[in-house]
Design a protein around this ligand. Structure first.
Ligand SMILES: [Zn+2]
Length: 128
């Protein structure tokens, strides 16, 4: 239950504080008042996209996004899929690969170790 809350971004992954919705010039974020870790929100629902991230995890998420974008485009071309469908299939595959018991909808749902794992998997795959 707790793990789920952390993934939902309502509590801080690092210090367990309750996160707060805040408006920035880049849009809304959920932020930890204590350590300032944050996560972006879904523009429609204003719900956090996943767990909050410190600067190190944000850097890892950027790397993960770089790879997912490459693989989504490759999949779209190869299997003639829409962006959303290709993304769904990739995220499904990644979730299974790292042994999650649910399917991620966003990279932001992953914790640091899991993010490292998918970066590892995708970096090998991209080179093929
Ligand atoms: Zn915190």
């Amino acid at each position: 239950m707790k793990q789920r809350n952390l993934r939902l971004g309502k509590n801080c992954f690092y210090c367990d504080e309750t996160t707060v919705l805040r408006e920035t010039k880049f849009g809304h974020i959920y932020e930890c008042p204590k350590c300032k870790a944050y996560v972006s929100v879904n523009k429609k629902t204003k719900e956090p996209l996943g767990s909050v991230a410190d600067s190190d995890l944000r850097r890892k998420r950027r790397i993960a996004h770089y790879y997912t974008n490459l693989l989504i485009k490759r999949k779209m071309n190869r299997d003639n899929l829409t962006y959303d469908k290709a993304k769904e299939k990739l995220y499904f595959w990644l979730s299974k690969n790292i042994g999650l018991d649910f399917y991620i909808k966003s990279i932001a749902q992953l914790f640091p170790k899991e993010t490292e794992k998918i970066i590892n998997i995708m970096s090998k795959y991209v080179k093929r």
